[in-house]
Design a protein around this ligand. Sequence first.
Ligand code: TTP
Ligand code: MG
Length: 366
Amino acid sequence: MENRVVMLVDLDYFFAQCEERRNPSIKDKPVVVCVYSGRSEDSGAVSTANYIARKYGVKSGISIFLAKRKLKDQDAIFLPLDRDFYEQISEEIMGVLRSYADLFEQVGIDEAYLDVSQKVKGSFEEAEELAKKIKGEVKTEQKLTCSIGVGPNKLIAKIASSSQKPDGLTVVKPEQVESFLSQLPVNRLIGVGRKTTEKMHDLGINTVGDLAKYDVRKLNEVFGENLGAYFHNASVGTDDEPVQERGEVESVSRIFTLKKDTKDLATILEKVNPLCDDVHERLMQRGLNFKTVGIVAVMTDLSIHSRSRTLETPTNKLDAVKETARELFERFLKESELEVRRVGVKVSNLVEQETQRQITDFVGTD
Ligand code: TTP
Ligand code: MG
């Protein structure tokens, strides 16, 4: 079998970077995205902060009050969380990432594993080129930076992705795994928190290399067999967890960048119709009917607008996607002043097609 090649793509300081993209004039200042609890003016916690703010010790989870104190002499920007906006951007980027993967697994709003083994034919050199291409596309199309780790499995990809941030790319080939891991502190392994780290320090284990050399039986005695075995395997970089799609499909969407910004409905529909074909085909492959059809328009200023319509009953008709998308764009273009840069189609409210059909599908397949 060929090498397994897995990537972990993690967007840098995601919520704060979305805010910088929306308003580039704040880019050179500390930016802190906050979840205000509403009790008093500054009560609540920091969701995330850009890397300038991090230099002053501001990070996810600290109180807004403390963040303000740390930044009191700076011209810092504090903004409330705008989850819908970040989710929209996340969805677009995940769509791009998915298109590069043989197998795809989103693990958070700003993070996904891509198994690219077949795409790159097991070659880490090709994987590095592919990772550069992905970083480039995310940068030019979405105006965001990300960090990518490439490795022979999810464990290594994940650690690699966080080893150079922001805007990093770290490739760990199978023959480099041992030297890459051995000098890292043990708490870099997933599942090794503060308490476990302390216990390991007591055993004289400080680095992942120390852990790899430690007698497995003794590890089992201290941590129990499951954890002991996990820690040992992790320390030598062994991990065979597959990259796999998570959860139910909630929506299917496609987005496309126009050759030229425009407000012309006919030009836009020329691009939107093939997107409708594509979305519809993916739904049919998965045996899904839909009830809601939506459009997305990203304008010249990169602001994102979406409109949708929910039909009376679920359907599988391609015409329903095209007609509804056309009507929504027609109405949207009348209201909007700016030109459109990217157009998208999204179908949601999905339901399984008749079980009847699925049963008949199986008949005669023997
Ligand atoms: P992360 O990827 O952990 O952090 P990040 O993208 O802000 O920074 P990094 O450059 O280190 O990747 O989390 C993604 C988003 O999730 C983050 O932008 C905000 C949100 N988040 C919280 O709201 N609270 C938290 O405690 C954490 C860790 C993240
Ligand atoms: Mg991130």
